[in-house]
Design a protein around this ligand. Structure first.
Ligand code: FHN
Length: 425
């Protein structure tokens, strides 16, 4: 099996940003920190001194965090297929038991290895466990990139020393002590040169040859393309890719960030991203106690309920060939089954006006029957070729005046040919 297979089939992953930054939650000494969240140490005024920020470790004590329940929720209630956990973000604090560097979770009142607890729970519930690791930025290390207020200009630092003394030893711990890792999620390679990035790729593969590496290892040396944060390509991108997406505006928890996306928004993103061939990596930012904000939990649960009934139209789908123009009005989008036998029509804007019909122009492939994915109820559909207009038209007539699922009603359209042909302009 191709080592990318699990990734391509997953389509929906969670990235969890959790670290010391969840304690200040966007406010330092009572003062609002612009672009706070996980960047608060760097973004508050001219930078929070390392000694002050590190003192947060003395307060970190999420006593009631239950990794088992957390992972069960992600897998069984939300429908995620993989979990990427921030084992070390740019602040340099390791959320695992690191023998090679004391700045880690074991030296907090909590004193337990959450990375191990999460990896064990992932194994138990069948969620692919993956690691986020900030390979260059490390605001706690004199030779890591980014902390210029404590350690001086970045160009004067000895990055080789950082690589050899912190980055590689920690990666080795993570790759040898936490079981099988689905993928390593590097971030912000910034000024690393290509040889250094390749060195990290080889280093990872030395311990786990099948571990995938995301594009942000640098220079496209990873196994798949990492789109920019919240960056969805306009067209289908036929090679493997993933887009990291926030649920509100920040990644790490901040108490005042209430710009939540709606469940509809997330479901529609999922369909759009899957249709364009990618994976949606949705962010979760637990608070300092490890609890999810209620809004976040509700959104994830609603999306998960939809996935339970309609997941077939997302998981294990293939990129859709691009249509030459936008389909009909703004009804929604298509996803395409990997066995090439079905098109899934995701209806976002349901035609409430009689005859409750959607007309798709430009599909040449012969279609068979159509039905509602959630109930199996057959839906009338027919194709015509209009000579004078030179248009292939597929009409789908929906049986109800009201959307059967207001979030996204999925109609399955069976295909009678293996190739999906669209009309060229
Ligand atoms: O700087 C980080 C940021 O904190 C967050 O982790 C995101 C997630 O994609 N990545 C970086 C910026 O691209």
């Amino acid at each position: 099996m191709n080592k990318l297979s699990w990734f391509l089939q997953s389509k929906y992953g969670a990235i969890v940003h959790w670290g010391l930054y969840a304690i200040p939650a966007g406010f330092w000494q009572g003062e609002y920190a612009p672009h706070g969240g996980e960047w608060i140490m760097k973004n508050w005024r001219s930078g929070i001194p390392y000694a002050d920020y590190a003192a947060l470790a003395d307060q970190f004590n999420p006593e009631n965090f239950d990794a088992d329940a957390f992972v069960r929720f992600l897998k069984e209630d939300c429908g995620f297929r993989y979990l990427v956990f921030t084992t070390k973000h740019h602040d340099g604090f390791a959320m695992y038991d690191s023998a090679c560097n004391d700045y880690n979770i074991m030296h907090t009142p909590y004193g337990k290895d959450v990375t191990r607890a999460l990896s064990d729970a992932c194994e138990k519930y069948g969620l692919t466990f993956c690691l986020y690791y900030s390979q260059l930025q490390d605001w706690a290390d004199p030779n890591g990139f980014g902390n210029t207020w404590d350690f001086g200009p970045d160009q004067d630092k000895d990055f080789r020393k950082y690589l050899e003394e912190k980055c590689k030893p920690q990666l080795k711990e993570l790759l040898t002590e936490y079981g099988k890792i689905g993928l390593i999620w590097f971030d912000t390679p910034y000024e690393m040169d290509k040889a250094q990035c390749q060195e990290l790729v080889d280093f990872v593969h030395q311990f786990q040859p099948d571990c995938l590496i995301n594009g942000r290892v640098g220079y496209n040396l990873g196994d798949y393309r990492q789109m920019g944060d919240r960056g969805i390509p306009l067209c289908t991108y036929p090679k493997p890719w993933e887009v990291p997406m926030t649920l509100n505006d920040t990644w790490g928890y901040r108490s005042d960030d209430d710009r939540w996306k709606t469940p509809e928004h997330v479901i529609r993103l999922l369909a759009e991203v899957a249709g364009k061939g990618g994976n949606l990596l949705l962010n979760i930012g637990p608070d300092a106690q490890g609890a999810l904000p209620a809004e976040s939990e509700n959104i994830l649960r609603t999306v998960g309920d939809w996935m339970k009934k309609n997941g077939e139209s997302i998981y294990n789908t293939d990129p859709m060939p691009d249509f030459p123009y936008r389909l009909d009005t703004d009804f929604g989008c298509f996803t395409y089954s990997r066995d090439r036998k079905k098109l899934y029509m995701h209806i976002f804007r349901y035609p409430t006006v009689p005859p409750h019909q959607i007309c798709v122009v430009g599909l040449e492939t012969k279609v068979g029957k159509a039905y509602l994915l959630e109930t199996g109820e057959e839906v009338m559909c027919w194709q015509t070729y209009e000579t004078a207009r030179d248009e292939h038209r597929l009409r789908v007539r929906l049986p109800y005046a009201k959307a059967p699922n207001a979030l996204d009603t999925v109609v399955v359209i069976e295909l009678e040919e293996d190739e999906l042909r669209t009309q060229t302009l």
